[in-house]
Design a protein around this ligand. Structure first.
Ligand code: G4P
Length: 517
């Protein structure tokens, strides 16, 4: 019997408290002894990383995702970090394809914000079970009932509060566990560097806690009346979200949330393959690549392919075959990752993430298995929203420019699109976030010695199409059809309105907003 796994991601709008929560989850699990260590550790690691990591350091943002593994209450937790910057990238979407559950962190004063909504849509499409933490309850915020309403209206998911706050802002004294009515009273310690003082009071008389208690008792009665209770099946189907209230800074409600991840979030299960079959979780070893990261260590110039294990058991040295290429290799150098630290991994189980050193033979979306016969479905992402034309400035280094473009594309750092007339000399670089361009330009110069100029294009919308669609669109003025490396055809439009008008003129052609890689 392997230890049960919980593989999840935390998603939030920047500043809602994702980093703080991550740190507190690690602290409560015992993986770090005191809050503050993650930031310090990350800072130290960043000193030895390459130039574009330098860019992260200067701006204090995280462009690359990391994986954190820790144990708690008899479970192994795999926490996949998603980049926390406003200007996120396709990586963020792909990370969500590798998790079994997601935690959404909301700022109690702000409710649902733009990025939460976008990430939520990706999770919902996959029917990923979502647990919600309403954070920063130690600060004046929106009324709890209003926050639930916001979740339901904006995200279209039923909010089922598992805990309920007693007081908000400076009066936030604890939460009631609606499952058994116990009152968890919190005490502030040491600026949150150590676990919070917690006292569990059974059948507590809330009215004895002043106005905040009386209000909470009234709200709890109201909730009882509408029956907004957590239902495991509906949660696992992605139709409801259990809601917790807390304060990551003060550690209030963190233990309850960790317990909930262990108790409620699903274990990895058998996954469907491309032919609608099911790969049994206890079958042969298999997994898929959901992310590639280049130059983690500038001394090695290697790339790490992050693989989510879906079935079987990974043993160091295992012979694996890539379904796409049917090439086999021995996985001698697999790594387990803690932030940016690497450790060689001997065994891994479904739900775990391992990093495989790749010399360019692995791509995002590849399935690896012992037999080479398993193939998981492609990873869906949203269509890119930014399109810039790239021009090589140094003709003597055209070869490097081309190679750099191809490799960044393969890694999924940016999408390189070719127009039949402009060819490879002037590719269009497509991205979901502006930051991807800065990374691409810096890396092309730093790693390939290629200088490029980016110029804007009039395009703002892309839709996936096929040969018939491309033929039908050939006469359209407001649209250009371009091709991706994998042969996917993309129709680019000058604005949403024009895209919609074109679609109205050609109701029968394929124009899909979901990409696959
Ligand atoms: P992010 O990763 O989602 O972007 O958010 P992060 O954890 O970095 O938190 C953003 C800011 O919000 C930080 O303040 C953090 O201390 C604060 N914060 C997080 N959780 C809580 C909470 O429960 N209550 C309160 N009051 N604040 C919270 P900062 O001033 O930007 O940084 P710092 O100097 O405190 O580290």
């Amino acid at each position: 019997m392997t230890t049960p796994r919980r593989t999840f991601a935390i998603i939030s709008h920047p500043d809602a408290g994702k980093t703080t929560l991550t740190e507190k989850l690690l602290m409560y699990s015992g993986a770090i002894s005191e809050a503050g260590a993650v930031k310090a550790r990350a800072g130290k690691q960043r000193d030895v990383t390459s130039d574009w990591m330098e860019m992260e350091r200067e701006r204090g943002i995280s462009i690359t995702s990391t994986v954190l593994q820790f144990t708690y209450d008899g479970h192994v937790f795999n926490l996949l970090d998603t980049p926390g910057h406003r200007d996120f990238s396709e990586d963020t979407y792909r990370v969500l394809s590798a998790v079994d559950a997601a935690i959404i962190v909301l700022d109690a004063a702000k409710g649902i914000e733009a990025q939460t909504k976008k990430l939520f849509e990706v999770a919902k499409r996959k029917k990923t079970p979502i647990i919600t933490l309403i954070n920063k309850c130690d600060r004046p915020g929106l009324a709890p009932l209003e926050l639930l309403d916001d979740i339901e209206r904006q995200l279209g998911i039923v909010a089922t509060p598992v805990t309920w706050p007693v007081g908000m802002g400076p009066n936030f004294v604890g939460v009631v566990d609606r499952r058994d009515g116990a009152f968890w009273k919190f005490g502030r310690t040491d600026h949150g560097a150590k676990a919070a003082e917690e006292e569990r009071l059974e059948g507590a008389d809330l009215a004895s806690h002043g106005e905040a208690g009386i209000d909470a008792a009234g709200e709890l009665e109201l909730l009882e009346g509408v029956g907004a209770d957590h239902d495991l099946d509906l949660f696992l189907a992605g139709e409801t979200t259990p809601v917790f209230f807390g304060s990551a800074v003060w550690n209030f409600g963190i233990r309850l949330l960790l317990d909930a991840i262990a108790e409620l979030a699903p274990s990895p299960s058998s996954r469907p393959t491309i032919d609608d079959a099911i790969q049994p979780i206890d079958g042969e070893f298999s997994g898929f690549v959901f992310k590639i990261q280049a130059n983690l260590d500038p001394r090695h110039r290697d790339r790490i392919a992050y693989l989510r294990v879906n079935s079987g058991q990974f043993e160091r040295g295992i012979q694996l075959t890539n379904h796409r290429t049917q090439r086999s290799f021995a996985a001698n150098f697999a790594h387990q990752l803690f932030g940016r630290d690497r450790e060689t991994v001997a065994t891994a189980y479904p739900g775990d993430i391992i990093g495989l050193i790749s010399s360019g033979n692995l791509q995002i979306g590849d399935t690896l298995s012992e037999s080479g016969k398993v193939q998981y479905p492609p990873i869906p992402t949203f269509a890119p929203e930014h399109f810039m034309k790239a021009l090589n400035l140094d003709t003597a280094r055209y070869k490097q420019f081309r190679r750099g473009m191809a490799e960044l594309d393969e890694e999924g750092a940016i999408q390189v699109l070719h127009h039949p007339l402009w060819g490879e000399q002037q590719p269009i670089l497509a991205a979901v976030g502006q930051l991807q361009y800065e990374v691409a330009v810096a890396r092309l110069e730093g790693e390939y010695g290629a200088k490029l100029e980016l110029t804007s294009t009039p395009f703002t919308e892309a839709r996936r199409t096929d040969a018939a669609g491309a033929a039908a669109l050939a006469g359209e003025r407001d649209c250009e059809v371009v091709e991706r490396r994998d042969g996917t055809l993309l129709a680019l439009f000058k604005g949403k309105y024009r895209m919609e008008a074109t679609r109205d003129r050609h109701p029968d052609i394929m124009l899909d907003s979901i990409m696959v890689s």
